[in-house]
Design a protein around this ligand. Structure first.
Ligand code: RIB
Length: 288
């Protein structure tokens, strides 16, 4: 079982010819919105990867539909609180090359209380996973509680903040980060991923695949070919499927392979949580 302390955002998507420059006003070619947030994306990905996921989070009154949608996608929602602060949202611009930039309003995501987190984790069992990203408050309390209950703690270090990782380092079993975040972490700590003293570190490398650093060494896994049109949420999809695979008892190699396949399919789609592929779509795509 996966307990995901994670953000829930309303994602607003704007397709633009190029990413806006400083001071530029740019007309979008299209607009759409949907369910997002690194946390919600990972919950949906893990559920689509056939894991049992309970999301721990907070929304505002106008975002009730986001909680309903998570439920429709197979995620447990009893531990998503409603607070009197607007739901988090993200304005995402995507250019013709599939590159993006994102402006985030954290809103309700930063209103989690120890009571909400603690109540959820009292239902957890030893061996379950606690998954977190850096888009909510309460990570230290959650990690500490989870560790004391015998859960495995996974931290996806995005958006990157060196201090947030530093506070959690002694409690993390698996750290997932991208290439840029890995370089930032090395700069901030002066330590290579091997020297961090963590059981497992997975570093995503975009179209180059990923690395897995552990006491078994430093292994590289190639990416699957994909015609990328939008990379938004691909890292979240990778992480959700990775943890789903591990939670279902797959080896790290097997879970990474599944996550790379899911990520490859995701970059060929526009959008975030609403378009994350399921296991059948992944199997069908890679069979052809
Ligand atoms: O990683 C993509 C996500 O980042 C988007 O869904 C957006 O909400 C931001 O959290």
């Amino acid at each position: 079982m996966i307990w995901n302390l994670g953000s829930i955002n309303i994602d607003n998507f704007y397709e633009v010819p190029h990413l806006p420059a400083k001071g530029e006003t740019l007309a979008a070619r299209s607009f759409g919105f949907g369910l997002g947030g690194k946390g919600a994306n990972m919950s949906v990905a893990a559920a689509r990867g056939a894991a049992h996921v309970s999301h721990i989070g907070a929304i505002g009154p106008e975002g009730r539909w986001t909680r309903e949608r998570l439920m429709e996608y197979g995620v447990d929602i009893p531990h998503i609180a409603e607070v009197q602060i607007p739901t988090g949202h993200a304005n995402i611009v995507v250019d013709d090359q599939g590159e993006n930039n994102i402006v985030l309003f954290q809103g309700a995501n930063m209103e989690l209380t120890e009571a909400i987190i603690g109540q959820a984790l009292t239902e957890a069992s030893p061996g379950d996973y606690l998954l977190m990203q850096n888009e909510t408050n309460g990570q230290e309390y959650a990690a500490q509680t989870a560790q004391s209950l015998g859960l495995r703690v996974v931290y996806a270090a995005a958006p990157f903040e060196a201090d947030a990782i530093a506070r959690l380092l002694g409690r993390i079993d698996l750290l997932v980060l991208n290439e840029v975040e890995a370089a930032q972490l090395e700069q901030a700590t002066g330590k290579t991923p091997q020297a961090l003293g963590l059981p497992d570190v997975v570093i995503t490398l975009g179209e180059k695949g990923c690395r897995w650093v552990s006491n078994k060494g430093d292994r590289q896994f190639d990416a699957y070919a994909a015609d990328a049109i939008d990379t938004t949420g691909a890292g979240d999809t990778f992480t959700g499927f990775l943890i789903a695979g591990l939670d279902r008892g797959m080896s790290m190699e097997g879970a990474i392979d599944l996550a790379l396949r899911a990520g490859a399919l995701m970059v060929m789609r526009r959008g975030t949580a609403d378009v994350i592929p399921d296991l059948k779509e992944i199997q069908d795509h890679f069979r052809t």
